[in-house]
Design a binder for this molecule. Structure first.
Ligand SMILES: CCCCCCCCCCCCC/C=C/[C@@H](O)[C@H](COP(=O)(O)O)NC(=O)CCCCC
Ligand SMILES: Nc1ncnc2c1ncn2[C@@H]1O[C@H](COP(=O)(O)OP(=O)(O)O)[C@@H](O)[C@H]1O
Ligand SMILES: [Ca+2]
Length: 568
C-alpha cells in the first residue's frame, strides 16, 4: 500500500452526514471519520487511537490510490437528497432559501472476490462552494496528469463470440464506464471473420488512438494481434514474414473485454473473465507485456500464438469442436470428452532450444503475478540477447549442440506461453508459466493408457502437479520445432516402411471407426483456438512483443498495519 506523499488538499467534509477528515496527495485520497471522543489508553502514544489497531474499521477510514480513481463529478445535495449539478436547480434553491450543500462524487476501483474489480463511489458534501470546486478541480488535475490512461480507443466487437453476448456486454457494462472516465471510442462491430485483423492491417488510423480493445474470445484477440503486429512491422520496416529478424514491439496496448468461449488470455493476465474488471483495468491505464510466438512452416509464416499451441489432444478437440459452434462454449466439453475416449496418439520428432540463463522452471511453486520479478529479469536478459541477435542465432544452429531432440509417440504436444488458466482449469496448462519471460513451456504427453491420461487431465483442476507423472516431460524453451513422423526424411521413413504401410491402410479405415483404437497419422495444431494448415512447424518466442491493458494477477491482499496510512 502506498504512503501518502505531500498533501495537496485537506478539508473537513461530510459523507452521509458524518464528518470526515479528507486529504489528497499525488498518490492517495484518504477519508477518515472524525472521532468525537478518542479512546484513551494509558500505555499507548496518543496517535494510536484504536485499542485494537490490527485492522482499521472500513466504516471509519478509507484510502484509494489516485491511480485507481475513475472520475469525479459535481453534485448538489439538498436536505439529504442528491441531484446532479445543473445550474437551474441551484438557482431555484437559492431563491427559496433552502439548506443547499455542494457535493462531489468520486468513482473509484474497489476490489471484490476472485480478482474482480467494481466501480464504487463516495459522495462528499460541504457548505462552501469554492472548497467543493477546488476539490473537484484538484482531483481532475491529478487524473489528467496520469499519462498512462487512454483517452481514445478503437473497439472491435465480435457479435458471434462465446454466447453471442459481445454487443450487449459492451453496451451495457463497458461503454457507460468508458463514458464516466471521459474515454472516447470508435466502435466497429465485425461483420465477418478477419474483419478486425484486416481493418487494423490496412485501414485503421492508429495514430488517433491510445489503444485497441477487443470484445470477444481468444480467437478475436488473435485477430487483433495479427493486425497490430503486422502493421507495426511494416511501419518499422521489418519483414513480418521473416523467421530470423527480430520483430519490433507494438506500442499500442490491447484491452480484452471477455465475451468468448475460453477467455484464457484475459483469465491468465487479470485473474478473472469479468468484463467490468477488464474495463476498469483499461480505464486506469494498466500495462502488462506479453510474449508472442511466431509459427513458421518451411520458412513461411503461418500465425502468432500467445497462449496455447497444442498438437494431438487439443488440436483434435478444436477441429472437432469447430463443427459444433452452434453449441457455444459447451462444444469444447463435448469434443473434449469425445477426444479423450478416442485416445489418438501421434508420432513425430520434437526438437527444442532450452531457455538458458533465465530464472525459473516449469515445476516452480512460484506463480507469475503482478509486477513479476522473473518476467522483469528474464525480459531484460532477452532484450540484451536480441541486441546481439545475429551472434545468438548462429549459436542456435543445430551444430552448436544446444538443440535437444526427442522422438516418440505423443498424446499431446503443448506449448504454453502463459499459464493458460481459464474457468475449465483455474491454474492452467502450465501453472508456473510466465506472461512476459520470453519463453514457452513445452509439455510432452507421451502415449499412455486412458486411465493415466485422465489422471493428468484431472490434475489440471486439482492441486496436484500435472507434470509429476512418468509419461510427461516439460521444458522451458525459447524455440522448438515439430516434425510429424510421416514428414521425416527418406532414410528415417525407410526404417519404418513396413509398419508405415500397414498404418496408412488402417488410418483410412479408422477415420470413420475411431473406436478400433488405430490412430490417424496426423493431428493438427490448435494455435490460440485457430487450426493451423501445416503440421511441421518452427516456433520462436518473441519476448514482450505486445502489451495488454492489464497488470498480471494481483496477489490476494495481506493486511499490513503499518503500511496502511489509515492505521497510522
Ligand atoms: C476431465 C477434466 C479435464 C479438464 C481439463 C481441462 C483443461 C483445459 C485447459 C484449457 C486450456 C485452454 C487454452 C486456451 C485455448 C484457447 O485459445 C482456445 C480458443 O479459445 P476461444 O477463442 O475462446 O474459443 N480454446 C480451446 O482450445 C479450448 C480447449 C478446451 C479443451 C477442453
Ligand atoms: N462477425 C463475425 N462473423 C463471423 N466470425 C467472426 C466475426 N468476427 C470475428 N469472427 C471470428 O470468430 C472466431 C471466434 O471468435 P471468438 O471471439 O474468439 O469467440 P469464441 O471464444 O467463442 O471462439 C474468431 O476466429 C474470429 O476470427
Ligand atoms: Ca512466457
Amino acid at each position: 500500500m502506498e504512503r501518502p506523499g505531500r498533501l495537496l488538499l485537506q478539508s473537513e467534509l461530510r459523507v452521509r452526514n458524518a464528518a470526515y477528515d479528507v486529504s489528497l496527495s499525488r498518490s492517495l485520497l484518504i477519508w477518515k471519520r472524525r472521532t468525537s471522543s478518542p479512546v484513551y489508553h494509558p500505555f499507548r502514544p496518543r496517535f494510536c487511537v484504536p485499542l485494537f489497531p490490527r485492522r482499521p474499521d472500513p466504516g471509519v477510514c478509507h484510502s484509494v490510490p489516485v491511480s485507481e480513481i475513475i472520475s469525479v463529478r459535481e453534485e448538489e445535495e439538498e436536505n439529504g437528497s442528491r441531484q446532479r449539478d445543473d445550474g437551474s436547480w441551484k438557482k431555484i434553491r437559492e431563491r427559496e432559501g433552502k439548506d443547499c450543500r455542494q457535493a462531489f462524487t468520486v468513482l473509484y476501483v474497489e476490489r471484490c472476490r476472485q480478482h474482480r474489480w467494481r466501480c464504487a463511489e463516495v459522495t462528499f458534501t460541504c457548505s462552501d462552494e469554492a472548497v467543493c470546486q477546488h476539490w473537484v478541480s484538484s482531483i481532475r488535475e491529478q487524473l489528467a496528469s496520469n499519462t498512462s490512461r487512454p483517452k481514445h480507443l478503437l473497439v472491435y466487437i465480435n457479435p458471434y463470440g462465446g454466447k453471442r453476448q459481445g454487443k450487449r456486454i459492451y453496451e451495457q457494462k463497458v461503454a457507460p464506464l468508458f463514458t464516466q472516465a471521459g474515454i472516447s471510442t470508435s466502435v466497429i462491430v465485425t461483420e465477418y471473420a478477419n474483419h478486425a485483423r484486416d481493418h487494423l492491417k490496412m485501414e485503421a488510423e492508429l495514430k488517433k488512438f491510445d489503444g485497441v480493445v477487443c470484445v470477444g474470445g481468444d480467437g478475436m484477440f488473435s485477430e487483433i494481434i495479427h493486425g497490430l503486429i503486422w502493421r507495426t512491422q511494416i511501419d518499422c520496416g521489418v519483414d513480418p514474414n521473416s523467421t530470423e529478424e527480430a520483430l519490433s514491439p507494438c506500442s499500442l496496448r490491447i484491452g480484452i473485454i471477455p465475451a468468448g468461449s475460453t477467455d484464457c488470455i484475459c483469465f491468465a493476465s487479470v485473474g478473472t473473465n469479468d468484463p467490468v474488471t477488464s474495463a476498469l483495468h483499461i480505464i486506469v491505464g494498466d500495462s502488462q507485456p506479453l510474449d508472442v510466438c511466431s509459427v513458421h512452416h518451411n520458412n513461411m509464416f503461418l500465425r502468432y500464438s500467445v497462449s496455447l499451441l497444442g498438437y494431438g489432444f487439443y488440436g483434435d478437440v478444436l477441429s472437432d469442436s469447430e463443427r459444433k459452434r452452434w453449441m457455444g462454449p459447451a462444444r469444447y466439453d463435448f469434443s473434449g470428452l469425445k477426444m479423450f475416449l478416442t485416445h489418438h496418439y501421434y508420432e513425430g520428432t520434437v526438437s527444442y532450444l532450452p531457455a538458458k540463463g533465465i530464472i525459473g522452471t516449469p515445476r516452480d511453486a512460484t506463480r507469475c503475478r503482478s509486477g513479476c520479478v522473473i518476467c522483469q529479469h528474464n525480459g531484460q536478459l532477452n532484450s540484451e540477447r536480441s541486441e546481439k541477435y545475429e551472434m545468438d542465432e548462429a549459436s542456435d544452429s543445430e551444430s552448436s549442440g544446444e538443440w535437444r531432440t526427442i522422438r516418440g509417440k505423443f498424446l499431446a504436444i503443448n506449448a504454453a506461453s502463459m499459464s493458460c488458466a481459464c474457468p475449465r482449469s483455474p491454474k492452467g496448462l502450465s501453472p508456473a508459466a510466465h506472461l512476459a519471460d520470453g519463453t514457452t513451456d513445452l509439455i510432452l504427453v507421451r502415449k499412455c493408457s486412458r486411465f493415466n491420461f485422465l489422471r493428468h487431465l484431472l490434475r489440471h483442476t486439482s492441486k496436484d502437479d500435472q507434470f509429476d507423472l512418468t509419461f510427461i516431460e516439460v521444458h522451458r524453451v525459447r524455440r522448438f520445432r515439430f516434425m510429424p513422423r510421416h514428414c521425416q526424411s527418406d532414410s528415417d521413413l525407410e526404417l519404418d516402411l513396413h509398419e508405415n504401410s500397414k498404418r496408412q491402410i488402417f488410418s483410412q479405415i479408422c477415420k470413420d471407426h475411431p473406436a478400433c483404437g488405430c490412430a490417424p497419422a496426423y493431428s493438427s495444431w490448435n494455435c490460440d483456438g485457430e487450426i493451423l494448415t501445416h503440421t511441421a512447424i518452427d516456433v520462436r518466442v518473441h519476448g514482450q512483443l505486445i502489451k495488454l491493458f492489464a497488470r498480471g494477477i494481483e496477489e490476494l491482499p495481506v493486511f499490513e498495519d503499518l503500511s496502511n496510512p489509515c492505521a497510522i
